[in-house]
Unconditional design. Sequence first.
Length: 262
Amino acid sequence: MRIALIQHDVDWEDAIATRRRVEPLVARAVSGGASLIVFPEMFAVGFSMATARVAEPVDGPTTAWLTRIAVERGVAVIGGLPVRTADGYENHAVAIGPDGGELARYAKIHPFSFGREHEHYAPGATSVVFEHGGLTFGLSVCYDLRFPELYRRLMTQGATVLVNIANWPAARVEHWRLLLRARALENVAYAVGINRVGRGGRLEYPGASAVIEPDGTPQVEGPENEAVVFGELHASRVSRIRSELPFVGDLRRDVFAGLAAD
């Protein structure tokens, strides 16, 4: 599977302008042969705590836009957005198939308390995987990357690709690189990290979107500017490496029962 990571700048808290901004990047991704396109966390508005201003209903305009892209372009898409629920606000990742059907929706389990996200967005409580193109994808959002327990759970649920959509700041870009490699290596799975570029909310964002191989080796990393970063995912490669290096089979699920799939 050919995947395209769209790392882009954001028109701060202006979803309409940002969606317009990324349309040419989508066209580039499709012309490059991608069958899955991934956008960053809160890609249309930036990592904003102004929930009343930026959050949308589950079926709001950004989800509708992602659905239109999927159907018109014949691709699957993953993107992040702030969502208004009956109980408040959540930070979501949504995956939509080429037919316009929702493949999965995940609410960020670990709000970024250092940035006071937990004061504005409620945490999710459920790990989410979905099947597409012969691969099983596990969803996560930004700060989740620091918590290996989530990724171990996703692996035990069958994930062969661990996707993290992010607004990860430049000040800690080396953490980003190290953690992506660790999540791939310890779970013998692809790790896909998509990060924004530019400046927003007084922070600089470095891009560095990446695809990491199941043995922890970087396959590709994006630059610091707006770009479409292409990668390749192969279910057979995960199977082969897990067979050659059967580390995940030694997980003591009897001892660490809480990390196993329900």
